[in-house]
Write a protein that binds this ligand. Structure first.
Ligand code: SF4
Ligand code: F3S
Length: 108
């Protein structure tokens, strides 16, 4: 499956969700994840993300590998609901779009 990584945190542009044919995305307060058991590896979401947050699991950079398990865990939560239409990014997205290691700010 494909995996949403660190760059999405605190930005949440949501362009990715419009193109997903399987409606795999789940939404938390400041991050999205992909439900791995629903993703068909079409890769259509990858170029939609303005901050390059989405990777095929097999191509994950070493420092992003932990996001694979995190996507699966958060997608399984009942309070992380499906999101199928894009919406306004988070208000401080421009401030955070080039930041790294934002996991400490993840809201669950
Ligand atoms: Fe959806 Fe395709 Fe992206 Fe998987 S790779 S999340 S199926 S758009
Ligand atoms: Fe996140 Fe990029 Fe989608 S910032 S919400 S993965 S478009």
């Amino acid at each position: 499956p494909f995996v949403v990584t660190d760059s999405c945190i605190l930005c949440k542009y949501t362009n990715c969700v419009d193109v997903c044919p399987m409606d795999c995305f789940r939404e938390g307060p400041n991050f999205l994840v992909i439900a791995p058991d629903e993703c068909i590896d079409c890769s259509m979401c990858v170029p939609e993300c303005p901050v390059g947050a989405i990777y095929n699991e097999i191509d994950l950079p070493d420092d992003q590998r932990h996001f694979s398990r995190l996507n699966a865990e958060l997608a399984a939560r009942s309070d992380w609901k499906p999101i199928t239409r894009s919406k306004t990014p988070l208000s401080e997205h421009a401030l955070w779009s080039s930041a790294h290691d934002k996991l400490a700010f993840l809201e669950i």
